[in-house]
Design a protein around this ligand. Structure first.
Ligand code: PEP
Ligand code: MN
Length: 337
């Protein structure tokens, strides 16, 4: 970061900025040979916040030189997340299909749906045991019993599973059972929870907040990475816009931007992306064309009876056809499934 001072700034102003950097644990020194004063700050892998210096006396401009999320920022090689000893991969040149019910309702239905999504060609199962619901009166999930059911479905089908943690307590339980831990849109900026997830050794699927910019999303990923967990999957799940026809607007632009800015895998959730079943197939195809690194899609064999989000769930027979299309499209994009 470079701090440029007003021409009339005094030596004491530069000293104050250097002292401020010191208090923040950053190394700073004067840059000699410039007409107006300048201070260069070395941020290393921590990144600095221009806001810490902009309001100091004599400061004209603070120029960030490195990205504010050094660990999430693009490197030459994409991160590839390995599950079950590398049998299932997310990222790199893979297109991965994650599918299952919105919420775990009971053992029989999860087993039925897990078998069906496996047969259709999905390689990871999804299902919520702890659910973030808009209304406190809506079904909140089965909690620990839901985790047991998901583990039973994995035992039978061999599919690894992803499920959401809502808070510290559920994070601990989810981390014990799940293959991937989801942090949902509503918790994208729950910074203590992100830090806790960063101290685990399980991949984290980080959904984009409903009103978050791409930079805020990557900064949320940085919280997890900065604690030492390198395995973060970004998931675009739709944002709030003025569209009255859909629950959210799936922001496919953001997938392209996130892929350019970061080495992390970026997947798409076409179910929450619009809240409509009819757009799941075209938007999943669009995800493969971008290309994203995969989709996470809600599937239910009796959507009319589903306890949550049945209106945005695909029946298994349509998933099978979609996956056939995605295989062809992934091939054109140079990706493997
Ligand atoms: C979900 O995937 O079940 C979910 C609640 O997603 P989001 O956090 O994107 O709303
Ligand atoms: Mn849902």
């Amino acid at each position: 970061m470079l701090i440029l001072f007003e021409p009339g700034a005094r030596g004491a102003d530069l000293t104050r900025a250097i002292r401020q950097a010191g208090k923040l644990g950053l190394k700073a020194r004067r840059v000699p040979g410039l007409d107006a004063g300048a201070v260069a700050i070395r941020c290393g892998d921590r990144s600095g916040d221009p806001g810490d210096f902009e309001k100091l006396p004599g400061v004209r401009l603070v120029v960030p030189v490195s990205r504010p999320y050094p660990r999430a920022a693009r490197r030459r090689r994409d991160t590839v997340i390995r599950l079950q000893g590398g049998r299932v991969l997310v990222g790199g040149n893979r297109f991965t299909v994650i599918a299952g019910p919105c919420v775990v309702e009971d053992e029989a239905s999860v087993l039925r749906i897990a078998r069906a999504v496996k047969k259709a060609g999905a390689t990871i199962l999804r299902g919520g045991a702890f659910k973030p619901r808009t209304s406190p009166y809506s079904f909140q999930g089965l909690g620990p019993e839901g985790l047991r059911i998901l583990a039973a479905a994995r035992e039978e089908t061999g599919l690894p599973f992803v499920t959401e943690a809502l808070d510290s307590r559920s994070l601990e339980a989810v981390a014990r059972h799940a293959d991937i831990i989801q942090i949902g849109a509503r918790n994208m900026q729950n910074f203590p929870l992100l830090r806790e997830a960063g101290r685990l050794r399980k991949p984290i699927l980080l959904k984009r907040g409903q009103s978050a910019t791409v930079d805020e999303w990557l900064m949320a990923a940085e919280y997890i990475l900065s604690e030492g967990n390198p395995d973060v999957i970004l998931c675009e799940r739709g944002i709030r816009t003025m569209s009255g026809h859909t629950r959210n607007t799936l922001d496919l632009n953001a997938v392209c931007i996130a892929r350019r800015l970061s080495h992390l895998p970026v997947i798409v959730d076409p179910s929450h992306g619009t809240g409509l079943r009819e757009t799941i197939i075209p938007l999943s195809r669009a995800a493969a064309a971008l290309p994203a690194h995969g989709i996470i899609v809600e599937v239910h064999d009796r959507p009319q009876d589903a306890l949550c989000d049945g209106h945005q769930a695909l029946p298994p027979v349509l998933l099978a056809g979609l996956i056939r299309d995605l295989r062809a499209m992934a091939k054109i994009s140079g990706y493997r499934m």
